[in-house]
Write a protein that binds this ligand. Structure first.
Ligand code: FES
Ligand code: FES
Length: 212
């Protein structure tokens, strides 16, 4: 999985938006189930048939490091990170809205990069660092506080994803320009149109975090 390029805060190659990057990550994760690390993980768990095409259907036990703690879960290889977090580990910060890599409500930080957890396979996240909203600083120097202070939400459906994408962006680039904030958050959609508040919250969070 590619990480954010600190010189290109959209998280992908120059000329590509973070949305492109996030979509690419999801597709890469999906294809990885038949190759590389994902297949190795399944083989370890003894779930791959020995003869004929590799049809992976059995549930496997995986270990995920979420917010600094290791958790075991038994999932089918096709199970997404979002389903595993919400339905198996009771980590409900990432939300399911579109469930098809379009809105960003499910954004989760994996090895420092924001990903759409609704299209990321859980088995590909073993051995990686997974961060969700639950681990963020909720004090005055944290990103959630900046969203609250800048009216950066209305219905709130999109907010966990925006907060998470914002945290991932600021971890990579603590001094973003407005344009860099726009690019860093362009994988997320707000149907209520709170973008002005979101952008201001991100800039204010950057200032607050510097004083942390
Ligand atoms: S729920 Fe994952 S991108 Fe919308
Ligand atoms: S606050 Fe309603 S979708 Fe963003």
């Amino acid at each position: 999985m590619r990480r954010h390029d600190p010189n290109n805060n959209n998280g992908g190659a120059p000329g590509h938006s973070r949305r492109d990057f996030l979509r690419g990550s999801g597709l890469a994760a999906a294809s990885a189930v038949l190759t590389g690390g994902a297949t190795a993980a399944v083989e370890e768990a003894g779930a791959v048939q020995e003869v004929g095409p590799k049809v992976v259907s059995s549930a496997v036990e995986i270990t995920l490091k979420v917010n600094g703690q290791e958790h075991k879960a038994t999932v089918e290889p096709r199970t997404t990170l979002l389903d595993t977090l919400r339905n198996r580990l009771d980590v409900t910060g990432p939300k399911r809205v579109c469930d098809r890599a379009s809105c960003g409500a499910c954004t989760t930080i994996v090895d420092g990069a924001p990903v759409y957890s609704c299209t990321t396979l859980a088995i590909t996240c073993q051995g990686k660092t997974i961060e969700t909203l639950e681990s963020f600083d909720v004090g005055e120097k944290g990103v959630p506080h900046a969203f609250h202070q800048n009216d950066a939400l209305m219905c709130g459906y999109c907010t966990p994803g925006f907060v998470t994408a914002c945290k991932a962006m600021l971890d990579k680039n603590p001094n973003p320009t407005l344009e860099e904030v726009r690019k860093g958050l362009d994988g997320n959609i707000c149907r209520c149109g709170t973008y002005i508040g979101v952008l201001q919250a991100a800039l204010n969070a950057a200032k607050a975090m510097k004083g942390a």
